[in-house]
Design a protein around this ligand. Structure first.
Ligand code: PHE
Length: 500
């Protein structure tokens, strides 16, 4: 306020050290005063109320030795004071002088001779003059009082050389009115509010300028987990190919839908507890439709009525069908959907379908760097009249090519529910080898007939894991840094969306 009030009358302030501090008669000469002035000027300048130029100034302080001289006198003056006048009869030798003055005698002697203050007759010392002017002491006294010397730079340099002064840098300024000069220093408004519009107070308010160069604050949004980013990408590929998504909410499933409906024999080793997590409570799940269960039981134990399949020729337990487990594959979801599709076809006439799912499955396997007891499966099934193995292979080639894997190889394999079955390998250019990525096949009549499909309807399907392609894509070697409590939140937020 002081600055702008003066500027209003004077148009410029040539030296801010001459400002008189309000309420005192003191000038703002000290370094602290100037620092306060400069920070006020900087804030005024940011609002273009003033412009100012910053200048350097030097002030001086006495060193410890300088302060002692200012108090007691210079060494040469001490020497002069100690020696007797010329014809007083008293005598003093150099040795005696040194004994009485110590260090000061050594330093002051030379200068006292040079100044013509003392003389020497052999080893006797005596005063040459009756009076001296101790300039050093006077200059130091002046510096002590004013911080500077009228005698100018040369005198200052001499005292600094003798280590009697320390230099201190300080700043001062010249000030002029700025383009937006005002004496109204109320804080400028940062926002135009509804209230200001309503009361009209905006008319006499000043507004803070927009800073278009300011960095925005980073937003704290949610982020998809890398696994979910890959999931979204794969979903997109399925949708692009005209697939519909299956519901996959039944994590706890019955043996019936997970195994029996898929023609997995009840004596199959994969059903054993080392592979499957069984649920101990509740022990029994809901019953499947009775006709369907009966039909599945017949196909398992004796085969089809026309004798084209002989079944497993082994007992089938409906009790076992009701046991609950954590689903070991999403093919249980496919089985439910295919059964519903076949039943609907019986009523309304069969309609072809392309279905997919991506969700979690559970297996009681040894956990290591690339395997967990739960993981995600991607699965696609296609149902239509007269489908062939060629259709399955063609479909997979299109699908995996869209994932950036155009080079596929197939190897005959075994699944209880498909015949033929194919393992899928892809060439991984990064790893430089063939990698197994999935499993596929034509679903068996023993599975499709009990569901109620017409005999010429064929269903093929394929499945793959989600974790493996994700790990390859993001260069992750340990699954624990992708899933679980060791996952870096930062990494999740920063990992880019993928493009296969
Ligand atoms: N269910 C199989 C698996 O767990 C994948 C698969 C799905 C195979 C559909 C054939 C048909 O690997």
């Amino acid at each position: 306020q002081l600055v702008v009030d003066i500027l209003e009358k004077e148009t410029a302030i040539p030296d801010t050290r001459k400002l008189v501090i309000p309420g005192t008669k003191r000038q703002a000469a000290s370094a602290e005063d100037q620092n306060a002035v400069i920070s006020a000027l900087a804030s005024l300048a940011s609002r273009e109320i003033v412009t100012y130029d910053q200048k350097d100034a030097f002030t001086y302080l006495l060193t410890a030795e300088g302060a002692q001289i200012a108090r007691d006198g210079s060494h040469e003056a001490l020497v002069w004071a100690a020696v007797p006048p010329k014809d007083s009869g008293e005598t003093m030798t150099i040795k005696q002088l040194q004994e009485s003055l110590g260090q000061a005698a050594k330093i002051g002697q030379g200068k006292a001779f040079k100044n013509g203050w003392v003389g020497k007759d052999r080893d006797k010392l005596f005063k040459l003059v009756a009076k001296i002017v101790d300039t050093t002491r006077e200059e130091l006294n002046e510096v002590e009082k004013t911080g500077t010397l009228k005698g100018g730079e040369k005198a200052v340099a001499e005292l600094r050389k003798r280590k009697l002064l320390d230099q201190k840098k300080s700043l001062w300024c010249t000030v002029k009115k700025g383009p937006a000069f005002t004496t109204d220093l109320r804080k400028p408004e940062t926002d135009l509010t509804a209230e200001m519009l309503a009361t009209g107070s905006w008319k006499d308010s000043t507004f803070k300028k927009y800073n278009f160069d300011a960095d925005g604050t980073p937003t704290n949004g949610g982020a998809l987990h890398p696994l979910m980013k890959v999931r979204e990408e794969v979903r997109g590929i399925f949708f692009e190919m005209g697939f519909a998504e299956m519901p996959t909410d039944a994590f706890v499933e019955s043996c019936f839908w997970n195994f029996d409906a898929l023609y997995v024999p009840q004596q199959h080793p994969a059903r054993e507890t080392q592979d499957t997590f069984y649920v101990s409570s509740p022990l029994r799940g809901l019953s499947p439709p009775k006709d369907y269960l009966d039909s599945v039981a017949q196909y398992h134990s004796r085969g089809s009525s026309d004798g084209s399949s002989r079944g497993y020729q082994a007992p089938f337990s409906k009790e076992e069908s009701h046991r609950l487990l954590l689903r070991t594959h999403t093919t249980s979801c496919s089985a439910r959907m295919l059964y519903a599709l076949a039943q609907k076809g019986k009523k309304d006439g069969f309609k072809p379908a392309k279905l997919f799912s991506i969700d979690r499955v559970f297996r009681n396997e040894a956990v290591d760097a690339t395997h967990l007891a739960e993981f995600h499966q991607v699965e696609g099934v296609v149902a239509d009249r007269g489908l062939t193995l060629g259709d399955l292979i063609g479909f997979m080639q299109t699908f995996f090519a869209k994932m950036g894997l155009p080079n596929l190889r197939f190897k005959p394999a075994y699944n209880p529910y498909t015949e033929p079955s194919l393992e899928i390998f892809c060439w991984h250019p990064g790893l430089g080898k063939w990698v197994e990525i999935g499993n596929s096949g034509m679903f068996r009549p023993e599975m499709l007939e009990p569901m109620g499909f017409p005999p010429d309807v064929r269903v093929h399907g394929w499945g793959l894991g989600l974790e493996r392609p994700t790990m390859i894509r993001y260069g992750i070697t340990n699954i624990r840094s992708l899933v679980g409590h060791k996952v870096s939140i930062d990494g999740v937020e920063k990992s880019p969306a993928v493009r296969f």
